[in-house]
Design a protein around this ligand. Structure first.
Ligand SMILES: [Zn+2]
Length: 259
């Protein structure tokens, strides 16, 4: 009996050592065994995480926007030097839940955030990031827009066309011109061929352009064409709202202007 007990104890110790030894490579982290996770009790703190590729995840949160329960997408990229967040959820309650959930799943901290334009569905959780001492980066145009719209300003360190390297991942920033907003940028992950199109790009189920309060309707399709030209080899395209997919999302967005 005692022998069996000892064997059992040593198995537990071995298993827990395996669990602790793979912090950086989440692909072999036994904790990341699902392709989606949910957390939170109601929309004020509810968050979904969906795996897109190894180390590339979409976070989705919901807000009652103009009377409709509206989903919004951002991204988490797991690098060898922490997690990079692309856009916050709608609010700080959701952002706090996302910090907890990502820590629990990946056993890593979010160290850097990139804001793709200064609207609530991109920047609404910025105060939580700042309170936790994280670097929140944007273009100077987005920092100005953030101030104008009453949000805490991100650090205006990004240029309109630039690749930044964080750990083992490259992030290509591209400002194609005005579209959904004056300041909308896209983020390209060349190693994964994933394009985060943000609100410049519409999901296939979108039948219209959505919120156009700050849009430049003449310039928008031209900006989308520039993105298409630059990232024709994209395998995955993530829109600001709704389902992600392939390059068809960019074609669909262009087509919405010819209707
Ligand atoms: Zn927007």
């Amino acid at each position: 009996m005692r022998k069996i007990y000892l064997l059992f104890v040593s198995m537990i110790i071995t298993l827990s050592m395996i669990a602790c030894s793979s912090n950086l490579d989440v692909n072999s982290n036994p904790k990341v065994d699902e392709s989606s996770y949910k957390s939170g009790s109601n929309d004020q703190n509810y968050i979904e995480l969906s795996k897109v590729k190894d180390n590339v995840w979409v976070h989705t949160s919901y807000e009652n926007y103009n009377g409709n329960r509206t989903p919004s997408n951002g991204m988490l990229v797991i690098t060898s030097e922490g997690i990079v967040l692309i856009d916050t959820p709608w609010n700080n309650g959701q952002m706090k839940e996302l910090l907890k959930l990502s820590k629990k799943i990946f056993n890593e901290e979010i160290t850097t955030a990139i804001i793709t334009h200064a609207h609530v569905d991109r920047i609404g959780g910025i105060d939580t990031l700042k309170d936790n001492g994280m670097d929140v980066l944007s273009t100077s145009q987005t920092a100005q827009e953030a101030e104008k719209n009453g949000y805490t300003k991100p650090q205006p360190t990004l240029n309109s066309e630039q690749t930044i390297v964080i750990g083992n991942k490259n992030f290509e920033i591209f400002y194609p011109g005005e579209g959904h907003a004056v300041d909308n940028i896209t983020v390209w992950l060349p190693d994964d061929k994933v394009l985060f199109g943000g609100c410049l790009i519409k999901s296939l189920e979108s039948q219209d352009l959505g919120s156009v309060t700050d849009a430049n309707i003449e310039q928008w399709p031209l900006s989308v064409e520039k993105v298409l030209e630059k990232y024709a080899n994209a395998e995955t395209v993530i829109p600001g709202h709704g389902k992600w997919g392939d390059i068809e999302l960019i074609h669909h967005t262009v087509e919405l202007f010819t209707k």
